[in-house]
Design a protein around this ligand. Structure first.
Ligand SMILES: Nc1nc2c(ncn2[C@@H]2O[C@H](COP(=O)(O)OP(=O)(O)OP(=O)(O)O)[C@@H](O)[C@H]2O)c(=O)[nH]1
Ligand SMILES: [Zn+2]
Length: 370
């Protein structure tokens, strides 16, 4: 990789703040804050910055996914004080080659100014957070200083329902639904503007898309920060909490043909890692898994805990769009425990029976002893 391709981040002023880099080896979490136009993302960011006094938080405001501006500002909060850095990007934007250069740019800045403890990234209201997420997720595996902690979606209590049901041309999934489908935490904001009944409708609609997500309701995005930061939603640390969640997933039925829903299934026994890979790749890459009517199953998010042959611990499966990852958790299968595989899929054209059959068939096929 050529250094030339990486944008430079140039901090404004040379007499920067003191560096408070305590633990150089530690990785820095990135939380993606997404949500439709005007839902309350910036309000949430500002709230976090004013509430959180002991973390050095870097904020990337609003610019990922937009490719025009030549400079980006990076607001940094430390000890309750806000100051701003400008990122001067040689090739114009942070997003055009985000995968390498966006992360690299953040790393460069940290080298010059000392590490942050935390990075918050606000996407634009129409962004596909999956694209942004995959950039940080992949890079974490390449020895980056940064890792993806979670995706938080803010939903407007008043207009959210309208956004979620908006029909897009050519069968596209609307942005609001995608943001909800991908989220690890949903904040339904502006509850002051709606009646209890309206709020129920929004909540039901959010839940029908994402049966796994935690939902909070707020005014002015005021939320207990322990619910937002350090979720570890993408790493094996989330294995323990995922286990509990998987037992209580709210599976939903499509009330509309094209609705995004959550399905879950369980298949007992041990599976081979290569067979699981095959199943996931058919689903996410080959896209050759179809529902009963012949429509391709369209998976936006996938999570699961599985039992892989030869592994003593539960393995967590994570998928976002076409990326996925298997990682052994710290949870060991007990001697007398029934080994099992639980998967949750969020997407379109998902029908539980078919997908379970396909899973079983794929797992069995290659064992050659069915
Ligand atoms: N009534 C009410 N207004 C709110 C609430 N939270 C935020 N707002 C207002 O809603 C507007 C949009 O809030 P932002 O935080 O800028 O929303 P955003 O998601 O960052 O918006 P974009 O970046 O433009 O997509 C602002 O005028 C806020 O003051 C709330 O709980 N109730
Ligand atoms: Zn904003």
């Amino acid at each position: 990789m050529e250094d030339e391709d990486c944008p430079d981040l140039v901090p404004i002023g040379t007499d920067g703040a003191e560096q408070t880099d305590a633990s150089p080896g530690r990785k820095i979490p990135v939380t993606i804050i997404t949500g439709y136009l005007g839902a309350g993302k910036t309000t949430l960011l500002n709230y976090i910055l004013t509430e959180q006094h002991n973390k050095r938080i870097a904020v990337i405001l609003n610019e990922f996914g937009e490719g025009s501006a030549l400079e980006k500002s990076l607001a940094i909060s430390q000890g309750g004080e806000l100051y701003e850095e400008w990122l001067e990007l040689r090739n114009g934007c942070l997003c055009c080659s985000v995968k390498d250069s966006g992360v690299k740019a953040i790393e460069n800045l940290m080298q010059r100014r000392g590490k942050f403890d935390y990075i918050l990234l606000e996407t634009t209201g129409l962004a596909d957070p999956g694209a942004v997420a995959s950039m940080f997720w992949v890079d974490s595996e390449l020895g980056s200083d940064i890792y993806l902690d979670g995706i938080v979606s803010v939903v407007d209590a008043k207009y959210g329902l309208q956004h979620l049901t908006e029909e897009k041309p050519e069968d596209l999934i609307n942005e609001a639904s995608r943001q909800v489908a991908l989220a690890d935490l949903i904040i339904i904001n502006k509850t002051d503007l709606v009646s209890e009944e309206e709020l129920n409708k929004v909540r039901t609609s959010v839940r029908s898309i994402n049966g796994l997500v935690k939902i909070l309701e707020t005014q002015r995005s005021r939320v207990d920060l322990s619910n937002v930061l350090d979720l570890h939603a993408f790493d094996s640390l989330s294995g323990v909490s995922l286990q509990k969640k998987l037992e209580h997933v709210k599976t939903t039925h499509a009330h509309l043909d094209k609705a995004i829903i959550t399905v879950t299934f369980e298949v007992p026994g041990n599976i081979k890692e290569e067979n699981l890979n095959l199943f996931i790749q058919n689903l996410l890459w080959e896209k050759n898994v179809k529902d009963k009517t012949g429509c391709t199953m369209d998976v936006i998010r996938l999570k699961g805990l599985v039992s892989i042959q030869g592994k003593s611990h539960q393995v967590i499966v994570q998928g976002v769009h076409e990326l996925y990852d298997l990682e052994e958790t710290s949870v060991a299968w007990k001697e007398d425990e029934k080994r099992t595989n639980r998967l949750v899929l969020i997407g379109r054209n998902l029908d539980k029976e078919t997908i379970k059959e396909v899973f079983i068939a794929t797992v069995r096929e290659e064992q050659g002893n069915s």
